[in-house]
Design a protein around this ligand. Structure first.
Ligand code: HEC
Ligand code: HEC
Ligand code: HEC
Ligand code: HEC
Ligand code: HEC
Ligand code: HEC
Length: 456
């Protein structure tokens, strides 16, 4: 009897254990968490519903099960370290690698099994987009188009001002010309004694008669001209809204917006140094070797699929890629992008300082609504909503006042590893100098207003 009880208990424990392990095997994970992980790690190369750099991942678990008889175990191995899986001689791993022209997928050793289950759950049952989110998005884009309208309006008034001043200057020139002609004529009359007398006299008389009107007009013209020149001088060096035509119609809205490609996938040097470089054509080819035409649902008004397809062909012309033979011909022609942002030579601006050391500070001051959303926020704080722009334009005026404003108002992140490592003693001093309740330590407190920090 006693022993039965013992066994019964053991049995119960065993059943519980079985159930619980069973649960963790079959609980497919959390689609919501999976979505976040997918957006952060995979969207640079994968979408659910279409092929990008890698295959479409919607329903990948079922597809691999039915087509290749591979289970989630295989997927875990592949996602963690696809290179080792290939090296181990796995048949399908090598097949799919060949199929995608030996494009390397990144390894993700940092993802836990649970993370991967979450991602796979997301690819199997993606949650329907929340209506609230769409409403929010629409609000944001409304705001954005309002801002763009404003910029366009400002540009319009500016060109009107310039036009009016030009007309004024023209008027002045014509007046001067007439005046000169008259002088010359007067001289002629003196020298040629009377030949032109009648005409010059009548002109002189006319001038006498209407000189008040003339002078009043002249005064008005001069005022206009002065106003125009003043405005023009104030705008020298400020190119807010500047958006030149580029050799390839590359749309940030389609890449960073519609396809959610991370800014730093292309502008990868932003976190390592001063300059955030324009990606080389090889970077484009990582994706466009496979994406040779545009099949997106988004179309900018006035553009169509044929237009986008032709623009993609320009990448092939530039890199000498022959899509028919899938080979490089060796005939390349450089693409000359027109530079948009360009500080004067006497200014020192460093991207890494802002994108790495200043990242947290800028994110928390510019992203109060959604502090967990880190993706691309840093860039947008200065460059605006580039992911909604078909053609990049300068979103701020990039003047000294603009730099200083942000340095005065942005609180430094004293706890980031960079500041801890390099400025520990300074920060300890500052913390004492500016006790918490007294106020925040903004960038100006660590030298962000010193002329020498920004000027050579
Ligand atoms: C740098 C680009 C890149 C990133 C980032 C990336 N992948 Fe991939 N992935 C690929 C490519 C390319 C392939 C096709 C196989 C190959 O060429 O190695 C692939 C293949 C796969 C496959 C096999 C699909 C099939 O249909 O056979 C899975 C599953 C997969 N990726 C999952 C992921 C997940 C999950 C993430 C994010 C955690 C991710 N990938 C991130 C490029 C990428
Ligand atoms: C797929 C690659 C790609 C991605 C992703 C991308 N960019 Fe770009 N970016 C480019 C190319 C190519 C240019 C040059 C052509 C142009 O100006 O449109 C450029 C130009 C720019 C410029 C103007 C540079 C100048 O000349 O002053 C800024 C600013 C910029 N990108 C910011 C961003 C931000 C912010 C993001 C993320 C929201 C982003 N980019 C995502 C490829 C990319
Ligand atoms: C990470 C992948 C990726 C990279 C890198 C990439 N593209 Fe694209 N590109 C796409 C996707 C996705 C589309 C949309 C395809 C679709 O929806 O059918 C696209 C569309 C385009 C189009 C047509 C739409 C438009 O923007 O006018 C052009 C042109 C283009 N890309 C040029 C470039 C250039 C130039 C580069 C390099 C600076 C580049 N792409 C880099 C993924 C990429
Ligand atoms: C603190 C403001 C700030 C932040 C944050 C910032 N930028 Fe910039 N960016 C600038 C300024 C200022 C310039 C002009 C630099 C120059 O002309 O020397 C610039 C120029 C650029 C250029 C043109 C090439 C160059 O370096 O001159 C690109 C591309 C660019 N930024 C992309 C990015 C991306 C991508 C991010 C996010 C990773 C980013 N920027 C974050 C201020 C910023
Ligand atoms: C969006 C806000 C923002 C804008 C705009 C901005 N900065 Fe900064 N800047 C920061 C932050 C935050 C830091 C502090 C980074 C850190 O923690 O070290 C910083 C630090 C600096 C530093 C280092 C200061 C020091 O003492 O270590 C320099 C130099 C600098 N910025 C130059 C510029 C220039 C030049 C511009 C304008 C072209 C500019 N910044 C625009 C936010 C901004
Ligand atoms: C946070 C960075 C920063 C600091 C600090 C800073 N400047 Fe500047 N300064 C700039 C930038 C950026 C420009 C270029 C503005 C432009 O091109 O419109 C500039 C331009 C100038 C100009 C040229 C005139 C003009 O408006 O274009 C002078 C002169 C100047 N700064 C002097 C100073 C002096 C003096 C100090 C110290 C009191 C100082 N700056 C501190 C960023 C800074």
């Amino acid at each position: 009897m006693i022993s039965w009880k013992k066994h019964y208990k053991k049995g119960l424990v065993a059943i519980m254990l079985l159930l619980s392990t069973g649960a963790s095997v079959y609980a497919q994970g959390d689609a919501k968490k999976g979505e976040e992980l997918f957006n952060a790690n995979c969207t640079a190369c994968h979408a659910l519903d279409k092929q990008m750099v890698g295959p479409a991942l919607g329903g990948v678990v079922d597809r691999l099960k039915t087509e290749q008889n591979l289970d989630t175990d295989w997927l875990h191995k592949w996602i963690k370290d696809n290179a080792s899986l290939r090296a181990s001689g796995d048949k399908y791993a090598n097949e799919v690698y060949e199929k995608f022209n030996k494009t390397e997928m990144l390894p993700f050793p940092n993802l836990t099994d649970q993370d991967i289950d979450d991602i796979l759950e997301y690819t199997t049952n993606p949650p329907a987009p929340a209506p609230a989110a769409t409403a929010d998005g629409a609000g944001a884009s409304d705001q954005n188009s309002a801002a763009m309208l404003e910029a366009a309006q400002a540009q319009k008034t500016n060109s009107t001002i310039i036009l009016v001043s030009l007309i004024a200057i023209c008027g002045l020139l014509v007046w001067l010309l007439l005046k000169l002609r008259q002088l010359v004529k007067l001289q002629q009359t003196e020298e040629l004694a009377g030949l032109n007398t009648s005409r010059s006299v009548s002109f002189g008389a006319l001038y006498e008669k209407y000189s008040y009107v003339g002078k009043a007009l002249l005064g008005l013209l001069a005022l206009f001209a002065f106003y125009g020149i003043w405005n023009w001088l104030m705008w020298i060096g400020v190119y807010k809204g500047y958006k030149p035509e580029q050799p390839i119609y590359f749309s940030h809205k389609i890449h960073a917006g519609e396809n959610k490609i991370d800014c730093q996938l292309c502008h990868s040097s932003a976190k390592y140094g001063k300059v955030s470089e324009i990606p080389s054509m090889n970077v484009c080819m990582n994706c466009h070797r496979n994406i040779s035409e545009y099949n997106g649902s988004y179309m900018e008004p006035g553009k169509d699929k044929a237009f986008y397809d032709a623009e993609i062909q320009k990448i092939y012309a530039a890199t000498g890629w022959d899509p028919a033979t899938q080979q490089y011909t060796g005939k390349t022609q450089p693409v000359e992008w027109v530079r948009i942002h360009n500080m004067p030579d006497f200014v020192y601006f460093n991207h890494a300082q802002h994108v790495v050391a200043g990242e947290q500070a800028i994110i928390s001051s510019h992203n109060k609504k959604n502090p967990d959303n880190k993706i691309d926020v840093v860039c947008k704080a200065c460059h605006g909503a580039v992911d909604t722009m078909n053609v990049v334009q300068m979103a701020n005026d990039f003047t000294m006042g603009w730099c200083i404003d942000c340095h005065r108002t942005t609180e430094v992140d004293m706890n980031n590893s960079y500041n801890k490592e390099y400025f520990q003693s300074l920060h300890d001093k500052l913390k004492k100098q500016y006790p918490k309740k007294e106020g925040k330590i903004t960038v100006d407190a660590i030298g962000g207003l010193e002329c020498g920090k920004c000027h050579y």
